[in-house]
Design a protein around this ligand. Structure first.
Ligand SMILES: *Cc1c(COP(=O)(O)O)cnc(C)c1O
Ligand SMILES: [Zn+2]
Length: 398
């Protein structure tokens, strides 16, 4: 069943519907299987390990074996900061971001529904992922990208997997409005995270974190927040496992936004459930350069219900955390992902996070998604002759 999160109106799982016909709010899929966690034992480590919790036909699954991503204990960085730190490396998904989890379920649903065209607006990763999964399923794929604001790797993926890519004069929020209108006319099946089936896939990040910790919740999960689907999804996931009796405690959900695109942080600070959009969102972290997050209500509820927190970080803090993670732990992530680490550092400094907490930072996308930003943050290679004396004298100088 699909349910409105505000007025509780109910819809059939096979209705093609993105917002409530009754009140206009966003929707969620209800999913409460009656199973024991023993059934997960000995299954391959992909998100489909938890297939009973995925509201699609198991015979029709479209998968690239997404999920089952590394859960790296980061002792060096953790000791430096004074916390027990784990990093969930979502860049290890097939197209390099967590969006693959949502697309695997979303495209499976599209196949179930019998649609032939799918579409999305995207800051980049959603389009990269949709293009790949649509290709695998043999569906036509239309994507709208904000002109000039998509990282190079993501654009390459969307184009190369054969999506019909349009560069919109406008920002992400405007692109999303446009593609949503097309979807409502019935011209395509919308696979932005307003589609509640996307979040059903992404909730598996929450499943994996507590599974990896030996069926325990961490004290806190920290992640970047853009359109706010992922924080909502992870919270839904841990709550479902809690309700099923698989874990005893719940984590404090902690969302980090870029200073120039922080409507959710603002709403949390003002203790409101509605956001006021940022008209001209701006940040180096293009994946979270979003002014009017579609899943804001879900995210704000997740943060409040879990006794969590929301904080902003500057572009400078993001880029410095990105480098810190890459150089102390060998984990390369795109700028938006590093917002989780930058946020952790800031929350430790201002005392919001206690030393000794067990913390999971979700890093959402791979370093190579945005090669330009990475290269710009480094000094150029020194050009040398292929000569051992010359090279040796340079190296010994340090
Ligand atoms: C999509 C994305 C985000 C933001 O996730 P939301 O669900 O929109 O909040 C963060 N980081 C990366 C790398 C992403 O691709
Ligand atoms: Zn409603």
């Amino acid at each position: 069943m699909i349910k409105c999160i505000v007025c509780d109106a109910k819809y059939d799982l096979n209705d093609i519907i993105y917002t409530c016909n009754n009140c206009g709010s966003i929707l969620e899929v209800l999913c409460e299987p009656d199973v024991s966690r023993d059934i997960f034992k000995c299954r391959k480590s992909t998100m489909w390990k938890y297939k009973e919790f995925m509201p699609v036909d198991p015979a029709k699954i479209v998968t690239l074996e997404e999920g089952g991503t590394p859960f790296c204990k980061c002792d060096k960085l953790g000791e430096k900061l004074g916390v027990e730190l784990y990093v969930k490396v979502e860049g290890s998904n097939p197209t390099g971001s967590f969006k693959d989890r949502g697309m695997s379920v979303g495209i499976t649903k599209a196949i179930e529904l019998g649609v032939n065209t799918v579409g999305c607006a995207s800051t980049g990763n959603t389009s990269a992922s949709l293009a790949a999964y649509a290709a695998r399923a043999g569906l036509r794929c239309i994507v709208l990208l904000p002109s000039g604001k998509v990282a190079l790797g993501k654009l390459a993926q969307a184009m190369f997997h054969g999506a019909e890519v349009f560069s919109v004069r406008g920002n992400f929020d405007e692109a999303l409005e446009t593609i949503t209108a097309l979807a409502l006319e019935g011209q395509l099946y919308l696979l932005n995270s307003v589609n509640p089936f996307r979040l059903e896939g992404q909730k598996s990040i929450g499943f994996e974190i507590v599974d990896d910790l030996g069926w325990k919740s961490p004290d806190r999960i920290i992640l970047p927040v853009g359109n706010a689907g992922n924080i909502s999804a992870i919270w839904k996931g841990v709550k479902e496992f809690h309700r099923a009796g698989f874990i005893e405690d719940l984590p404090m959900m902690t969302g980090i936004q870029a200073e120039g695109a922080a409507p959710i942080v603002r709403a949390i600070r003002e203790n409101k459930e509605d956001i006021i959009p940022f008209e001209n969102p701006e940040t180096v972290a293009t994946a979270i350069r979003i002014g009017a997050p579609v899943s804001a209500i879900k995210a704000i509820r997740a943060i409040n219900e879990s006794n969590g927190f929301a904080e902003t970080v500057t572009d400078e803090e993001i880029l410095s955390a990105q480098k810190l993670l890459a150089r102390t732990e060998g984990i390369g992530v795109e700028p938006a992902s590093a917002a989780s680490i930058a946020g952790l550092i800031k929350l430790l400094e201002n005392g919001e996070v206690d030393k000794n907490e067990q913390i999971v930072c979700v890093v959402t996308g791979h370093l190579l998604k945005d090669p330009n930003t990475a290269i710009n943050a480094c000094v150029e290679p020194v050009e040398v002759n292929a000569n051992i004396e010359e090279l040796s004298s340079i190296i010994t100088r340090g």
